[in-house]
Design a protein around this ligand. Structure first.
Ligand SMILES: C[S@@+](CC[C@H](N)C(=O)[O-])C[C@H]1O[C@@H](n2cnc3c(N)ncnc32)[C@H](O)[C@@H]1O
Length: 248
């Protein structure tokens, strides 16, 4: 008597799996293609590593990914010197992409690796106010190093509360900085610390400039009101802000 229900359930599961599989294959072959011509050319000429190609296929925010890559291409074409840094690494997803795109650069990875602090959460409003000290705490420096992989001797982990850990970064200049720390305090402190150390032509990205992160938007607005550069808001999934430092 229970047999038909069992078969029906089995059939439904198989049907759902099949639908997902067909959609995946359809998107792969006929889905929208955001690939910029420079990337297409590099891919055809075999200049993109297998790991980067695989990571790019799986990464959901294609516009963010290609923008990272195009900026790194520009930086290399212009022969700009300086290290990469990311403030807000969590498990290393964006760090992995950036490292795969230029594995020869020193890359500073800064995070508490224990999530947000109470001090930083306190002044937050909007969606950020619903986060807690447990958010983004399920990671560790070892897990990040393992996940990012690649050129281990170029990855420099700075574990602790930012900006308290900047003493570990004396005399470092940056050519690319990704600030992805969600809240007002670390974003403001990150801009104040990194911008003066950014080489001319270098780029700072600030992820999540959108209504969900009111404190972060305030930090960006306050900081950019006092610099000569105009920030550019990208149409990627979470609205990244990009600042390219003027050359004079
Ligand atoms: C949204 S996550 C980063 C996501 C990451 N870039 C990725 O690709 O998955 C935000 C991170 O910022 C870190 N963070 C926030 N405030 C910080 C602070 N003051 N000092 C150090 N890390 C901080 C958190 O620990 C968290 O891991």
């Amino acid at each position: 008597m229970h047999l038909p229900i069992f078969y029906l359930l089995n059939f439904s599961i198989i049907l759902v799996v099949l639908i997902f599989l067909i959609k995946y294959l359809w998107d792969m072959f006929f889905g929208e293609n955001y690939e910029p011509p420079a990337w297409e050319q590099a891919r055809k000429e075999g200049r993109l590593s297998r790991e980067l190609l695989k990571a790019s296929r799986n990464y959901p925010d294609k516009i963010r990914l290609y923008n990272f890559w195009l900026q790194i291409q520009r930086i290399n074409k212009e022969g700009l010197k300086g290290d990469f840094a990311e403030l807000g690494v969590y498990k290393g997803e964006s760090a992995r992409l950036l490292h795969l795109m230029d594995p020869g650069r020193n890359f500073h990875l800064l995070d508490t690796f224990e999530g947000f602090t109470r001090t930083d959460l306190k002044p937050e409003t909007g969606e950020a106010a619903t986060y807690s000290t447990r958010s983004f705490a399920d990671t560790s420096r070892d897990k990040v190093l393992k996940y990012v992989g690649g050129n281990r001797n170029k990855l420099i982990i700075h574990s602790g509360y930012f900006p308290q850990l900047t003493h570990e970064l004396e005399n470092v200049n940056y050519v690319l900085v990704n600030i992805d720390a969600d809240l007002y305090n670390p974003t403001k402190a990150g801009l104040e610390y990194f911008y003066p150390r950014l080489v001319p032509g270098g780029v700072i990205f600030i992820h999540d400039y959108n209504y969900k992160w009111e404190g972060l938007m305030k930090a960006v607005d306050e900081f950019t009101a006092n610099i000569p550069e105009q920030f550019v808001l990208l149409p990627d999934l979470d609205s990244t802000v990009m600042i390219i430092k003027n050359k004079i």
